[in-house]
Design a binder for this molecule. Structure first.
Ligand code: S3P
Length: 448
C-alpha cells in the first residue's frame, strides 16, 4: 500500500510527457524489417516497450538503447533478417507486443511461442488468431478459451484476402496488416469504427503501399473504415522516427490540471492523431479549458501540438460507442474527471474495457465509488453521477496491477479530503514510470 497525500496548491508549469507507447512498439517492430538503420527518438520509457525490444532482439534484430533509453537504434536486414527463436518470447504485460508480433511472424512463416505475465495470460487472443487463420495463417492460442500462449506454427500459408473485423481494434487490424506485409499477400479489411492508425501511418512513411479510407482523418464519416495493402514484396526504407508525446499519459495530467483548482499546465509535443484525440473531445464536452498550440508534424508522420489545460467549472458529458476506440485507454481517467463535474456522465459502448490489463469497467466503477460517487455499470455502459462541490472521500484502492488504474487513482487522490492508500502503484512502470515525479514538478517540488 502506498499513501498518497492530497495536493495543497495548484498545478503549474510545463511537462514533456513520455513518448507514445503504441508508436514506440511499432518503430522497433518495423525498424527490425527495414533495409538499414532506424533511429527512434523520444522512445517510450515503460516496461511494455522494453518487452518489445527484448522480443525483437530474441528474433535476431539488432536493437541498441542510449543511456537514458530515450533514443533507440534498430538495424534491420529486411524480411530475411529475423529468425525463429530458440525459446518462448516473453511479452510481459503487453498485449500490443503479443498481438502485433503474432501477425508479423505468421506472415514471415517463422515458428514461435508467445507468452506473457499473469494479466496478459488472461487476455483474449482469438481476436487475432481467428481472422489470421481465416486467411490461411497457421497459429493457435493454447490457453483456455483462446488465451495465451500463442503458438505460431511456421510455414508460409498466409494467403491474404478480405476481412471484416468484428471489433474496432488497432491491435487486430495491425496483426493482419503485418501478416500481409511480411507475406507479400494482399489485404483489404474493414472495421466498425476507426481505431488508432499508427501502423498505417508509419508503414506509409517507410514506403509500404497502405491505403486508408477518409475515416481515419475524419472519424465522424458514416460507413465502415477500410484499410488495404496491395501484394507487395518490397522492403521498408529505413528513416528516422520521432515518437510523439503519449496522449494517453498526458490525459492523467490534463485531468489533474482540470480538477485541481487554480491549475494551468502545458503539455509539450502531445500526439494529436485524429484517431487518438477522443480524450480531447471528451474534455471539451466537459467544458475543460484546453488550448492547442503550435500544431506540427514529426519525422515518422505523426502530428503533435502543445496543450494548455486549466482548471474551471466542469459539466457532465456523453461518450458514444463510435468515439470509444479513440479514447479507449482514457475511460478510467475521464471517469475521475466526471466525478468532479456538475451532472451525469455516460460512457456508452465500453464493453472492451473488460478485457484490458484488468476488468477496467469494474475497476473504474470501484474507484469512483471509493471516492464517494454514485456509479452505475451495465453490460457496456458506465454512468457516473458527478458532484463539483464535494471533494473525493479519502479512499483505499487496489489498482490490480493495472497501470492505468494506478495512474487514475493517483490523480483522484489529489482532490481527496485526506490521505489515500493505493496498492499496485508499481504497475506505473508499464507506461508512465515518471507520473509521480511529473506531478511533483507541477507542484514546484522536484524529486531529488
Ligand atoms: C493499442 C491498441 C488498443 C489500446 C492499447 C494499445 C495499440 O488496444 O487499448 O493500449 O498499440 O495498438 P485494442 O486494439 O485492443 O483496442
Amino acid at each position: 500500500m502506498s499513501r498518497l497525500e492530497p495536493v495543497r496548491q495548484p498545478l503549474r508549469g510545463a511537462v514533456r510527457v513520455p513518448g507514445d507507447k503504441s508508436v514506440s512498439h511499432r518503430a522497433v517492430m518495423f525498424g527490425s524489417v527495414c533495409d538499414g538503420e532506424v533511429v527512434i527518438d523520444n522512445f517510450a520509457p515503460g516496461a511494455d516497450n522494453r518487452s518489445t525490444v527484448e522480443v525483437f532482439r530474441a528474433l535476431g534484430a539488432q536493437v541498441t538503447l542510449s543511456e537514458d533509453a530515450r533514443r533507440v537504434t534498430v538495424v534491420g536486414r529486411g524480411r530475411g533478417g529475423l529468425a525463429s527463436p530458440d525459446a518462448p518470447l516473453d511479452c510481459g504485460n503487453s498485449g500490443t507486443t503479443m498481438r502485433l508480433t503474432a501477425g508479423l511472424l505468421t506472415g514471415l512463416g517463422l515458428e514461435a511461442t508467445l507468452i506473457g505475465d499473469a494479466s496478459l495470460s488472461k487476455r483474449p487472443m482469438g481476436r487475432i488468431v481467428d481472422p489470421l487463420r481465416a486467411l490461411g495463417g497457421e497459429l493457435r492460442a493454447d490457453g483456455e478459451r483462446g488465451r495465451p500462449p500463442v503458438v505460431i506454427e511456421g510455414g508460409e500459408a498466409f494467403q491474404g484476402g478480405a476481412a471484416e473485423l468484428a471489433i474496432a481494434s488497432a491491435q487486430v487490424k495491425s496483426a493482419l496488416l503485418l501478416a500481409s506485409l511480411m507475406s507479400g499477400r494482399p489485404l483489404a479489411l474493414t472495421e466498425p469504427s476507426p481505431s488508432r492508425d499508427h501502423t498505417e501511418v508509419m508503414l506509409r512513411y517507410l514506403g509500404a503501399p497502405v491505403r486508408s479510407s477518409a475515416h481515419y482523418a475524419q472519424p465522424e464519416l458514416e460507413g465502415r473504415p477500410e484499410v488495404t495493402l496491395e501484394a507487395w514484396r518490397g522492403t521498408l526504407t529505413a528513416r528516422p522516427v520521432t515518437v510523439p508525446g503519449d496522449i494517453s499519459s498526458a490525459a492523467f495530467l490534463m485531468v489533474a490540471a482540470a480538477i485541481v483548482p487554480g491549475s494551468e499546465v502545458v503539455l509539450e509535443a502531445c500526439g494529436m492523431s485524429p484517431t487518438r484525440v477522443g480524450v480531447i473531445e471528451a474534455l471539451k464536452g466537459a467544458a475543460v479549458r484546453l488550448v492547442e498550440r503550435d500544431p506540427r508534424n514529426l519525422p515518422g508522420g505523426e502530428p503533435v501540438a502543445d496543450l494548455v489545460v486549466s482548471a474551471g467549472p466542469l459539466r457532465g458529458f456523453e461518450v458514444l460507442p463510435v468515439d470509444v476506440p479513440r479514447l479507449i485507454d482514457e475511460v478510467p481517467i475521464l471517469a475521475v474527471l466526471a466525478g468532479r463535474a456538475d451532472g451525469t456522465t455516460v460512457f456508452r459502448g465500453v464493453e472492451e474495457l473488460k478485457v484490458k490489463e484488468s476488468d477496467r469497467l469494474a475497476k473504474t466503477a470501484e474507484l469512483l465509488r471509493a471516492c464517494g460517487r454514485e456509479v452505475e455499470v451495465g453490460e457496456d455502459v458506465l454512468t457516473v453521477h458527478g458532484d463539483p462541490e464535494a471533494p473525493y472521500t479519502a479512499f483505499r484502492y487496489d489498482a490490480d496491477h493495472d497501470h492505468r488504474m494506478a495512474a487514475a487513482a493517483i490523480v483522484a487522490s489529489l482532490v481527496a479530503d485526506g490521505p489515500c492508500e493505493v496498492s499496485g502503484l508499481d504497475s506505473l512502470d508499464v507506461s508512465y514510470p515518471g507520473l509521480v515525479a511529473d506531478l511533483e514538478s507541477l507542484q514546484g517540488r522536484e524529486e531529488s
